[in-house]
Design a protein around this ligand. Structure first.
Ligand SMILES: [Zn+2]
Length: 280
């Protein structure tokens, strides 16, 4: 659904409610919090009555909408503006919501995405590119490997498939191997740059080929341009946030992973279900 269509849907709270309620009904149903029964009487947009135990409950109880204490209209529009990568500052002005509420909602959306990714982890396989990159830290200083105050992100990309990122505390062989073994099927070919931390890959069940960036960036199939494309994608977007705290950084980079892996898709409806289905 595009923004003008959504604005039409959100003309009244009742219509916004109906839209969201139907989405939830279709995807996973509504369940009584007391007895889990999915049959109910619809009393009004604030109340359902369980046909089994007769208890009244709010249709979105236990979801982020009740936690954020915002209307369904505001919730749907916030999800849309987040999908469109509007900053929390701008979204709060456009929707006339307080900045802390908007930021809380966006943080929650990011945590929901990270939770969704963790639940749906799959092993990457085939031709893999692995690389690390350094994020954050506006202070000038060392760049690249060993840049103390920066956050180290390790990225693995399956050519023609998905990217998966994690945060590391160092780029020693042990850390790089542990992550690779967790995420990449044995027998895959792993392409990296010349960093010695990757030398042990061949002892972990992988075929390892590397390229020395000092001399060239591509030799036949040996290159890591795919994962470098992801770094550019993520850095361009994260720059807009003007500094992200270390505690929250994981959620921002996971958001980037999700956006990159779904960059051909319209994300709005998926995002609603990710948020409402997250066990945070
Ligand atoms: Zn019940």
């Amino acid at each position: 659904m595009d923004l003008p269509e959504l604005i039409k849907t959100c003309k009244t709270e009742r219509r916004a409610f109906e839209y969201l309620f139907n989405e939830i009904q279709e995807k996973r149903g509504v369940h009584c919090p007391a007895c889990d029964c999915s049959d109910y009487y619809l009393m009004n947009e604030k109340r359902l009555r369980c046909k089994n135990c007769r208890r009244d409950y709010h249709p979105f109880s236990g979801t982020p909408i009740s936690g954020l204490k915002i209307s369904v209209i505001s919730f749907l529009l916030l999800v849309k503006l987040f999908e469109l990568e509007i900053s929390a500052r701008k979204a709060s002005t456009q929707l006339d919501l307080s900045y802390p509420t908007t930021l809380k909602a966006f943080d929650l959306f990011r945590r929901s995405i990270a939770c969704h990714l963790a639940k749906n982890d799959i092993l990457l396989k085939g031709e893999i590119e692995a690389d690390e990159s350094y994020f954050g830290g506006r202070r000038k200083g060392k760049r690249g490997r060993g840049a103390g105050h920066k956050t180290i992100v390790f990225g693995i990309l399956e050519r023609g498939g998905k990217v998966s990122v994690s945060i590391l505390t160092n780029v020693k062989a042990e850390s790089l191997m542990n992550e690779t073994v967790k995420k990449v099927r044995r027998g895959s070919i792993v392409y990296t740059d010349k960093w010695c931390g990757y030398d042990s890959l061949m002892f972990c069940g992988y075929r390892h080929l590397n390229i020395d960036h000092q001399y060239k960036f591509k030799q036949g199939k040996v290159y890591i341009n795919g994962i470098e494309g992801f770094w550019a994608f993520a850095k361009e977007r994260l720059m807009k946030h003007h500094g992200i705290s270390k505690e929250k950084f994981l959620y921002y980079i996971k958001e980037m992973e999700w956006r990159y892996n779904n960059r051909e898709k319209v994300l709005f409806v998926d995002l609603i279900h990710i948020i409402l289905g997250a066990d945070l």
